[in-house]
Design a protein around this ligand. Structure first.
Ligand code: CA
Length: 308
């Protein structure tokens, strides 16, 4: 029986003076937490932002029971912390992407902000699970740019969402039930922007995580290493525990495809507020009947007093 295997790796690449990416992980009784982050901002603020995101998210999830809500709260904490830091003049423009995999076996929950990515290799198929929050990706989704045009567009590095950029986090959350043999990949755009999907797939399919991460970083550097590159490869155990989870999010569509919950579409709404609203009891018929009954009783009593 194989157990959970994984590897994480980050490298500055060949063109950048420093590494503003950060990676981190945490093993838990129910699986683990794996995260990649790609920081941005001037004078050393990018590396501070990505490191803060990784630390804050891991710190929160270390204490929490695994759930979509805990994952969102971890992102909100990281957002608040980086947003506070970014208010200082010397940290202007500070922010970071973050793509985090929370393994709650046999489930995988993914929270995501920015243009780092999560992929799933299942059988022969490599699927991109996340949507890039970037200027070009938004135009591709609207049909205004083709994927090929986006790949070489001069604004391909402009991201439209980052931790620390808005007072409230705008987080994509998705979840799926894992199958034996699945492999998950998290990476920053220093990898996905340089290597083609079939290269990613070959590395994941043919090598164990440690070897796959090493090869992927090497390949990105062979292709010029234009950016910091970070990669996490996670292979859950072949024999997955069964069982249900206390959280009741629609994790999968009928076909088994991951369901993406966009919790950040409206920046004025906090993700936790969305969750709380769902749990808030509604005024039902029973409440209406009780109120009517109360009115009738009060009226009856009042009439008794007023009657001569
Ligand atoms: Ca990058």
């Amino acid at each position: 029986m194989s157990s959970l295997s994984f590897a994480l790796r980050t490298h500055p690449g060949l063109k950048r003076p420093k590494n503003e990416d950060a990676v981190g992980h945490l093993l838990t009784p129910w699986g683990g937490v794996f995260i990649v982050a790609d920081g941005m901002g001037g004078h050393r603020t990018g590396e501070v932002a990505s490191r803060l995101a990784v630390e804050t998210i891991l710190e929160h999830l270390k204490e929490a029971e695994p759930s979509p809500k805990a994952l969102l709260e971890a992102f909100e904490r990281a957002n608040a912390r980086i947003y506070q830091e970014a208010l200082r003049p010397e940290n202007r423009g500070m922010g970071t992407t973050a793509t985090c995999l929370l393994l709650d076996l046999p489930y995988a929950l993914i929270a995501h902000v920015g243009d780092s990515r999560a992929y799933l290799l299942r059988g022969e198929e490599l699927a991109l699970l996340t949507q890039d929050h970037s200027w070009v990706a938004e135009r591709v989704r609207q049909g205004l740019l083709t994927a090929e045009e986006a790949r070489v567009h001069r604004w391909r590095n402009v991201i439209t969402n980052a931790l620390g950029s808005f007072p409230q986090a705008r987080v994509d959350l998705l979840g799926l039930k894992l199958q034996p043999g699945d492999t998950l990949l998290l990476c920053t755009d220093g990898l996905s922007g340089v290597l083609e999907d079939r290269t990613l797939k070959e590395a994941l399919r043919n090598f164990p995580p440690e070897e796959a991460t090493r090869r992927l970083v090497e390949l990105a550097n062979e292709w010029g290493g234009p950016d910091n590159v970070s990669v996490a490869v996670v292979r859950p155990p072949q024999e997955l525990p069964q069982g249900t989870r206390p959280y009741a999010l629609p994790l999968e569509a009928a076909g088994g495809a991951p369901v993406r919950l966009h919790l950040g579409e409206e920046p004025e709404e906090l993700p936790t507020q969305v969750l709380e609203l769902k749990e808030r009891p509604r005024v039902g018929w029973r409440d209406v009947l009780l109120i009517l009954l109360w009115v009738v009783v009060v009226a009856y009593i009042l009439l008794g007093y007023l009657r001569p």
